[in-house]
Write a new protein. Structure first.
Lengths: 67, 151
């Protein structure tokens, strides 16, 4: 294909290419964010989780029938 | 004719290339470089267990008398999750409900794994809690899809 035809093709489809590229960038950004959230918890998050367990331990839904 | 050729070329060449790029871009990404996949898995199981057990216990607690008489097996399972379990807990209480004690146990094994690297013990902990999650979801599926009178 002649270079001119290729440039013409790209120019004709520029809006679609731009839209596709935007989608691609957003998709990769979301994936990176999701992966960052898949990293290990920080010590603060570990402590928050323990506090959450302790809070639920005192909740009435966790109390057996005879108590 | 020329437009048709362009459209065909776009669909046959550019779109697949973009698709391939997306696959390559996501296929090559990994966990955070310092994250240990086993620890991440343990944390996912901890969070999932807390949400699942909480749902079972709250559904049961919403009408204990009803479940006790109409779905005794489900009620017994909820009571099993509530059974006070002795241990050393962060709030200083001598016992915690079994559901939370199991999660806390996995949590402490996970924290210990960071120094002792005992993958076998952490894997066993993960599988143990996962088995109870599976039982819980099975009960939830049966209870929430049962007719209102159950029996």
């Amino acid at each position: 294909m002649a270079p001119a035809a290729l440039i013409g093709l790209i120019l004709t489809n520029l809006p679609t290419i731009k839209s596709g590229a935007t989608h691609l960038i957003n998709f990769v950004r979301e994936q990176r964010l999701a992966l960052r959230q898949s990293g290990e918890w920080t010590p603060d998050m570990d402590r928050e989780f323990e506090a959450e367990l302790a809070r639920r331990a005192g909740s009435s839904a966790y109390r057996p029938d005879n108590r | 004719m020329k437009r048709m050729f362009h459209a065909l070329l776009f669909n046959a060449v550019i779109s697949p290339t973009l698709g391939l790029l997306m696959i390559v871009a996501t296929g090559c990404t990994q966990l955070d470089k310092n994250a240990d996949p086993l620890i991440v898995r343990a944390e996912q199981v901890e969070a999932s267990a807390l949400a699942t057990f909480d749902l079972v216990l709250n559904v049961n607690d919403s009408n204990r008398d009803f479940f006790r008489s109409n779905a005794p097996e489900f009620h017994n399972f909820a009571e099993w999750l509530r059974t006070p379990t002795p241990g050393v807990y962060p709030d200083g209480k001598p016992t915690w409900p079994r559901s939370l004690a199991m999660i806390y146990d996995l949590h402490t094994v996970k924290l210990a794994y960071k120094t002792n690297r005992d993958a076998g013990k952490l894997n066993a902990g993960i599988h143990g809690v996962q088995a109870i999650i599976a039982q819980s979801t099975s009960w939830l599926s049966r209870i929430t899809n049962a007719p209102s009178t159950l029996k």
